[in-house]
Ligand binder design. Structure first.
Ligand code: ADP
Ligand code: ZN
Ligand code: MG
Length: 476
């Protein structure tokens, strides 16, 4: 059924900027403070209080815009978006409307269906957050927490560019990656520092005009983005196939029942009576200011991925894993700079290091230099790969130099031919039948003898050397 229909999705993403204070006042923007403790006349909208834009927020917003390839406009305008809601004491939200901070950007992401795809960023504007209604704090009552009032946000609006719920989710994860890399936001959906409104419509395959869309809200995890859009897409298809029409409205997603229900008919922008905020002059940014933000942007994930492929001869998939998180990418490069071979280091980071990091909040526990040393011990034949993994776990848990730890664990490979010769004689002495068969030409038994030597040495024998000593003894 879904095959005959094409899904069209556009996302509007609100992201809290990582600032100490709010957008237009000096109140703390910290998450989790006691309700209504971070408020002042400005963010409460008391008469006579005047807003002053937060410069750090503007810097982060401009960096976000540049990171998304937008044109940043030297002049933009703060506008009042008027509506009533209990969590909005001023009766309006300061936002940007006709003249946003930035327009016409793009973000490439790896579509699960189409390979590298590019989402257009129609606009990116600055605004302030509203407060929060708390429905679960008191039985049968709703409480209001205004701490979030005035927290700086950017809104990033894409074109109707996604063709599946999975694509929309992939874009969103890519957006999060870019914004995290650039230190713009922690993009934590569970904490509400990244929130997404998902617009979706369907049309017959091959149709070029857009169908009527609905806007799905109340999506609070990355997984729910995909689920909510799938449910709504399927609902629209069912309506259309039943001969009905899709009403343009706002839908609320309920993750408990994995269903959507209409919230209200969609308001139009003219309902908000937008007008330029008389308390705020147009936002004028100098060329120097914008250029400086560009220089403060770090290397972004896509660039870093390309560079890793190029410089370290890694596959695109490996490079993508290593660059998914900036801290991991930096760690990997530090291991290589400390002398480890690039591909071996990549394998270690993608397996042992990331597995260890998954189980431990304290992050990357083995210092890059120590991992490089450990890799060197394997390369030099001092440790088997198996033993090195044990040493890694031990260093992660208790610290120490890999060489010392390996000795303390008794896993250093014995490369002393004298000692090896002892184990070899022992093995040949107890397996006389196999020795005879070997001498009669069954040379593949060599691996059996190597295995026995490894066993006799409890894994400590250097297998290559053991093989050589065995060959010599068997030849005589
Ligand atoms: P509105 O006037 O309802 O705010 P906009 O044109 O501003 O609509 O678009 C809001 C978001 O909805 C954008 O992300 C846009 O790409 C997306 N969008 C617009 N039309 C459609 C459609 N027919 N189907 C899916 N998404 C759409
Ligand atoms: Zn305040
Ligand atoms: Mg709009």
């Amino acid at each position: 059924m879904a095959g005959a229909w094409e899904t069209v999705i556009g996302l509007e993403t609100h992201v809290q900027l990582r600032t100490v204070s709010k957008m237009f006042c000096g109140c703390s923007a910290a998450f989790g403070a006691p309700p209504n403790s971070n408020v002042c006349p400005v963010c409460l909208g008391l008469p006579g209080a005047l807003p002053v834009p937060n410069e750090q927020a503007l810097k982060l917003a401009v960096r976000a815009a540049l990171g998304l390839g937008c044109t940043v406009h030297p002049r933009s305008v703060f506008a009042r978006k008027n509506y009533f809601y209990p969590d909005l004491p001023k009766g309006y939200q300061i936002s940007q409307f006709e003249q946003p901070l930035a327009t016409a950007g793009s973000l490439s992401y790896l579509s699960p269906d189409r390979g590298v795809a590019t989402a257009t960023i129609q606009r990116l504007h600055v605004e302030e957050d509203a407060g929060k209604s708390l429905h679960d704090r008191f039985p049968k009552q709703t409480a209001i927490d205004l701490n979030r009032c005035g927290v700086p946000l950017i809104e990033v609006v894409t074109g109707p560019d996604f063709r599946s719920p999975h694509e929309a989710r992939t874009y969103l994860l890519t957006l999060k990656q870019v914004l995290e890399y650039a230190g713009i936001s922690d993009c934590d959906m569970e904490k509400g520092s990244l929130r997404v409104d998902a617009n979706v419509s369907v049309r017959r395959a091959g149709e070029t005009t857009l169908g009527t869309k609905t806007e799905v809200k109340n999506i609070n995890s990355f997984a729910y983005v995909e689920k909510a859009l799938t449910v709504e897409r399927d609902r629209q298809i069912a309506v259309l196939e039943g001969g009905g029409t899709v009403a343009q409205q706002t839908m609320l997603y309920d993750s408990k029942t994995n269903s959507v229900r209409p919230q209200r008919s969609k308001e139009e922008s003219h309902d908000y009576r937008y007008f330029p905020d008389p308390d705020l002059p147009p936002l004028v940014l100098t060329e120097e200011f914008i250029a400086e933000q560009q220089t403060l942007l770090p290397e972004l994930p896509a660039k870093k991925r390309e560079r890793f492929v190029e410089k370290y001869a890694l596959s695109v998939t490996d490079a993508a894993v290593l660059t998914a998180d900036r801290a991991v990418a930096d760690y990997y490069e530090a291991v290589v700079h400390a002398g480890a071979e690039a591909k071996t280091a990549a394998n270690w980071v993608m397996t042992e290091v990331l597995e260890d990091a998954k189980d431990h909040a304290d992050g990357l526990r083995v210092a890059p230099g120590a991992l490089a040393n450990l890799i060197g011990l394997v390369r030099g034949g001092t440790l088997s790969h198996q033993a090195a993994k044990r040493v890694f776990a031990e260093v992660a848990e208790r610290g120490g130099e890999p060489r010392n730890v390996a000795e303390a664990l008794g896993v250093v490979q014995v490369a002393d031919t004298g000692v090896l010769a002892g184990w070899v004689s022992e093995v040949l002495g107890t397996h006389t039948t196999e020795v005879t068969r070997y001498k009669q030409g069954e040379t593949r038994l060599l691996q059996f003898f190597v295995g026995q030597v490894m066993k006799a040495s409890r894994g400590k024998a250097d297998p290559k050397l053991a093989q050589r000593v065995l060959e010599e003894k068997l030849a005589s």
